[in-house]
Design a protein around this ligand. Structure first.
Ligand SMILES: Cc1cc2nc3c(=O)[nH]c(=O)nc-3n(C[C@H](O)[C@H](O)[C@H](O)COP(=O)(O)OP(=O)(O)OC[C@H]3O[C@@H](n4cnc5c(N)ncnc54)[C@H](O)[C@@H]3O)c2cc1C
Length: 395
């Protein structure tokens, strides 16, 4: 049975980035992925790097926004992390940070934007509210219905198809042992070690057991299922989301575009396609009355039409044909804050999931790796600790 310092479960952005940090620091790391790398949320998402609070964080009023703002220190760190990622990895990941705009059309939305920007500035995020000529000059492509926008210079996009494979290659270069098609089916604590039982989906590693001093759950929507194997409950809920892309067109939108009063994210890829999303739901699949996380959620017609309607803020997008729509699943916690850190009462078990973990994933990974390596990351992760849900676990 092979033994490792750390076994990381999940070959998405969080797992690959965490493995990279740990292996670079000299840990013997095993990275286990039940399917292919980047097969799930990390490869299906919108690629937005949004550091302003999102619509889902402000839609329930100021108290909800203040709670969500407790993750803003992570947003600030993530902004720095994306700025240097491609140089660190030595490969292109489609990172482009030409600024992000969060739009407002009604007086109530403008007021919400002002309150949001004031809150963000208290945490050190440099949000400016633009209007009038200043806004028109920066973003002439916006509809005249847009009267103001929160602007953050470092926002933008990265290519979800490139980022996680590049992180995985770096993790392997530092010595991480990677097993794909290898599903963890059991987690047992023996003395000071964890034993991981696996069942392969592609054959070669089927039935292999591994041991590790520590285990990192970076398993996206499967996190609760894996936690249950370690006899612990983590409140992580799957959410189905919808994305669409238009045919290619000439350069039109240099910015990341979001809306403070509607579900909308919009950006143009390097190739010219306009990606449209922003949190419109897709229907999770159930079989025999139980959630089936192995199948992508079903498209909902209302989500497609409502998302298209929200896209009216950029009139030039409306005539473009939509060439593909797809769905994916991500995880949210009940308070929408990340779930990051050591799992109480399960020595050597750690978790990273929840929220906008494409934007924030590099930061979650660095802070979690430092927690494992030194016990003291340079930025507190107390607010995101699974201990806040300790009442779910009495033993
Ligand atoms: C449509 C959509 C749009 C989104 N847009 C954005 C965005 O624009 N910006 C943003 O910040 N975030 C966005 N997100 C959220 C973001 O994609 C996720 O937060 C992030 O990718 C999560 O990464 P992860 O590594 O935790 O999960 P995943 O990428 O899902 O990786 C988890 C991996 O664990 C593996 N796994 C699970 N169980 C086991 C097991 N038992 N054994 C072995 N392996 C296992 C899975 O196969 C999977 O590959 C979006 C999500 C979706 C679905």
């Amino acid at each position: 049975m092979s033994h490792y310092d750390v076994a990381v479960i999940g070959g998405g952005l969080l797992g690959c980035a965490t493995a990279r940090h740990l292996a670079r620091a000299g840990s013997r790391v095993l990275l286990l992925e039940k399917d292919q790398l980047n097969r799930h949320a990390s490869g299906q998402n919108a690629g937005s790097l949004h550091f302003q609070l999102e619509y889902r964080m402000v839609e329930h009023g100021d108290a909800g926004a203040r709670l969500a703002a407790r993750a803003l220190p992570l947003h600030l760190d993530a902004m720095r992390a994306w700025a240097t990622l491609e140089d660190e990895l030595g490969e292109r990941c489609g990172v482009a940070r030409r600024g992000g705009l969060m739009l407002a059309e009604t007086p109530a939305e403008v007021a919400a934007l002002d309150r949001k920007a004031a809150l963000e500035r208290r945490y050190g995020l440099d949000t400016t509210v633009l209007s009038g000529r200043e806004l028109r000059e920066l973003a002439p492509y916006l509809s005249p219905t847009v009267t103001a926008a929160g602007y953050v210079a470092g926002e933008g996009k990265a290519n979800p198809r490139l980022v996680t494979p590049a992180l995985a290659r770096a993790a392997v270069r530092y010595g991480t042992v990677l097993r794909t098609g290898c599903r963890v089916t059991g987690l047992y604590r023996h003395g000071h070690r964890w034993e991981l039982e696996t069942g392969g989906t592609t054959g070669d590693t089927s039935g292999t057991a591994y041991t590790a001093d520590a285990v990192v759950l970076a398993a996206g929507v499967w996190t609760a299922e894996l936690a249950a194997m370690a006899d612990t409950r983590l409140p992580v809920f799957p959410v189905g989301l919808t994305m669409s892309t238009t045919a290619r067109t000439a350069p039109l939108i240099p910015h990341l575009v979001q809306h403070v009063g509607k579900r909308l994210s919009m950006k143009q890829t390097e190739e010219g396609n306009v990606l449209i999303g922003g949190g419109w739901p897709a229907k999770l699949v159930t079989r025999a009355g139980r959630l089936d996380l192995e199948h992508n959620p079903e498209l909902r017609y209302e989500s497609l039409t409502s998302n298209a309607d929200a896209a009216r803020v950029v009139p030039a997008v409306l005539p473009l044909p939509v060439i593909r729509s797809w769905t994916g699943m991500t995880t949210l916690t009940p308070d929408q804050l990340p779930l990051l850190g050591a799992v109480p009462r399960r020595p050597g078990l750690f978790v990273a999931t929840g929220g906008s973990a494409f934007t924030l994933g590099l930061t979650y990974a660095r802070l979690l790796a430092d927690t494992l390596l030194t016990g003291r990351p340079d930025q507190s992760i107390e607010d995101y600790s699974p201990a806040r849900f300790g009442a779910l676990n009495f033993v």
